[in-house]
Ligand binder design. Structure first.
Ligand SMILES: N[C@@H](CCC(=O)N[C@@H](CS)C(=O)NCC(=O)O)C(=O)O
Length: 277
């Protein structure tokens, strides 16, 4: 393969074809007019069952399991491979055109919430659950929540992209991101050696944010990279990941907005949608 010499000014080659070429572009904003559907519940989620989407559906199912009836929600599927995230209605809710996005219609005016970390904090504060209201436990949960938000793009956009999705396998980026992801796993492994959950003995939104990425990675379910990254060596992460995976709300949440897997559920409008199928 010949070495790439960057031109003086980068320009977009819109004729290039690869796995994501019909959705990747260097500009923001809507590409077409499309209003978002609105269901019966105050909470309207526009998402997809990827790790970033799962964080929120796990939280909503955890809230319901804990008896917060106000957390009933409609979850609408946003097909990011065909460009639903660039519809005008979605862009109004998330100008960054990425799932997940939430609208809370319980007040006088709808409240838009985007960025999965922001959605988790919003829901935790709205229902007073899974995040301490103040003090060191809250700070520690937010430490790990923000750690996840900063770390996961290197796992997904870095390692996952170059190991699983890029049109050619290149040693330099794969080495660089494998090194970083293994370092991240070691950070978690050392922490979870002496903590049951990310914040001591308390299950919080930090676990819900980290598990869909690093829990599933260590269980060999992301990018078919389990052997390559020797994930079995991160025994404490594995112990935590399996414990979280067994939670009823997690098992329910991971199915929402999926069109793949054993028990897909593209849209969720009632708890009974998850009881069946
Ligand atoms: N930092 C964002 C990342 C969200 C994100 O990357 N979402 C992806 C799916 S996992 C997406 O919508 N991609 C569509 C696109 O890039 O056009 C968050 O955590 O909410």
């Amino acid at each position: 393969m010949s070495e790439y010499v960057p031109p003086e000014v980068w320009t977009w080659d819109s004729t290039e074809t690869n796995r994501f070429s019909n959705i990747n572009r260097p500009i923001a904003g809507a590409t077409h007019e499309r209003a978002l559907p609105v269901g019966a519940h105050p909470l309207q989620l526009y998402s997809l069952g990827t790790p970033n989407g799962q964080k929120v559906t796990i939280m909503l199912e955890e809230l319901l399991a804990a008896g917060h009836e106000g957390a009933e929600y409609d979850a609408w599927a946003v097909n990011i491979l065909t460009g639903d995230q660039f519809g005008s209605g979605f862009v109004e809710v998330n100008p960054n055109s990425k799932i997940p996005a939430l609208v809370d219609r319980s007040g006088a005016e709808p409240v838009r919430v985007f960025e999965s970390g922001s959605i988790l904090v919003y829901l935790a504060e709205r229902f007073g659950a899974f995040l301490a209201p103040s003090g060191p436990q809250r700070t520690e949960a937010l430490n790990w929540l923000f750690w996840q938000m900063g770390a996961a793009p290197l796992l997904g956009g870095g390692f996952g992209h170059f190991y699983a999705y890029a049109p050619t396998k290149q040693r330099y980026p794969i080495d660089r991101y494998a090194m970083e992801v293994k370092r991240q796993l070691d950070v978690l492994d050392r922490h979870l050696a002496t903590n049951r959950y990310m914040v001591g003995d308390t299950y919080t939104i930090a676990d819900m944010a980290i598990w869909p990425w690093y829990g599933e990675l260590v269980r060999g379910r992301l990018y078919k990279a389990g052997t390559f990254l020797a994930v079995h060596t991160y025994t404490h992460v594995g112990r935590w990941a399996n414990e979280v995976a067994e939670r009823t709300a997690v098992r329910r949440g991971v199915r929402v907005n999926t069109t793949w897997g054993d028990r897909p559920l593209a849209e969720r409008h009632a708890a009974s949608d998850l009881d069946e199928g």
